[in-house]
Design a protein around this ligand. Structure first.
Ligand code: GTQ
Length: 346
């Protein structure tokens, strides 16, 4: 008789195990130790034209002050209600209306903002303000005080956070009161002046911290990406991809989250690539199709897509201008913890 049949017959034994808060590994071994990642998240695209009107309506129903953060969470259809976009990451679309402020707070969770619509909105990090223009990347690393303010027009950005990771470790702390320490160093443009040109101050130097540079303007990264594309051929699996880095150590832009920009020229479809990290893509310019494990998802400017761990991804430019995508993933964690794997199909 097979082990499992013998066990199945013995209901009394199983009942005793449950009462004693133990369970048989052999029931679940194949689910716990899988040959390849088995993400619960599904590939999915949120069309901006679908979600943006819901966010505008939210703007009529609740103020930024009341909500603390006026955000519609992108709930992955495979894990609805878990508040996750991939198995380990969170995504949301945040709206700040003219004249509003999303109040200052800080938390363990690291956050990035990828700006979708803005005319002069701002975020401040430890008191230092930056202007947010469309397709800028703005970071609020772990435990930094941050607040957001609206300007001339409604402002919408994509929030990317490591909320599920912090939740799994039950490591979350937050402070909301107004006891923000005065930061005399918080002069607009200070971190860009100190770190923005491949130079760094020789004092106050700690390799082991999050990036001091927290604003990566679209005007700067899009120029680098275009110049890179003019100098080297597109990679068959990645097109042209550049990673945003921490200028102190060259590593991922935050300790838990990596961020990238990718360009694929008209007529190109990349070859299938799998990575152990779960990723979120946002359209910047052009139009294309993400083929995820063979299923097709159309993406254009401001659309957001979830690509779960180990899904085979091909990026096809279906238009006649370059397809540019921003992405973030939990690769930073995978690399630090020794989990990172990638597979390139021919
Ligand atoms: O802007 O600080 O989407 O704390 C979720 C949690 C945004 C924020 C989110 C947050 C924020």
């Amino acid at each position: 008789m097979a082990v499992q049949d013998a066990m199945a017959d013995d209901g009394a034994f199983r009942e005793r195990l449950t009462q004693k808060s133990v369970s048989p590994l052999w029931d679940v071994m194949a689910n716990l130790v899988t040959e390849t990642p088995q993400p619960r998240a599904l590939p999915h695209v949120w069309a901006y034209t679908d979600i943006q009107p819901q966010l505008v309506e939210a703007g009529q129903r609740i103020t930024a002050e009341q909500a603390e953060r006026r955000v519609l969470i992108l709930e992955n259809p495979g894990t609805r209600g878990d508040h996750t976009v991939t198995d380990a990451l969170y995504a949301g679309l945040q709206l700040v209306l003219p004249g509003e402020t999303a109040p200052v707070h800080r938390h363990t969770q690291s956050a990035l903002r990828f700006v979708l619509e803005s005319e002069g909105a701002w975020t401040s990090v430890d008191g230092e303000p930056v202007q947010m223009s469309p397709f800028d990347l703005v970071l609020t690393p772990s435990w930094r005080w941050h607040e957001h303010g609206g300007a001339a027009a409604p402002t919408i950005w994509l929030d990317g956070l490591d909320i599920p990771i912090v939740q799994r470790f039950s490591a979350g702390f937050a402070e909301r009161d107004g006891n923000v320490p005065a930061n005399d160093d918080a002069v607009s443009g200070r971190t860009r002046a100190a770190y923005g040109a491949n130079l760094k101050p020789t004092i106050g130097h700690d390799l082991d911290t999050d990036t001091p540079l927290f604003h990566f303007p679209h005007a700067v990264w899009s120029k680098s990406l275009a110049e890179y594309a003019a100098k080297v051929p597109a990679d068959a699996h990645r097109g042209w991809t550049l990673e945003f880095t921490n200028p102190r150590n060259g590593g991922s832009v935050m300790r838990t989250i990596s961020a990238f920009v990718t360009m694929v020229p008209p007529g190109m479809k990349t070859k299938p690539r799998r990575q152990s990290a779960g990723a979120v893509y946002a359209g910047v310019t052009g139009s294309g199709t993400l083929h995820v494990d063979g299923a097709r998802f159309n993406v254009g400017a401001r659309d957001v897509a979830a690509v779960p761990s180990w899904a085979a991804l091909e990026i096809e430019n279906t238009g006649d201008v370059p397809l540019v995508l921003f992405s973030y993933s939990d690769r930073a964690c995978h690399e630090k913890l020794g989990f990172w794997k990638e597979s390139l199909d021919q």
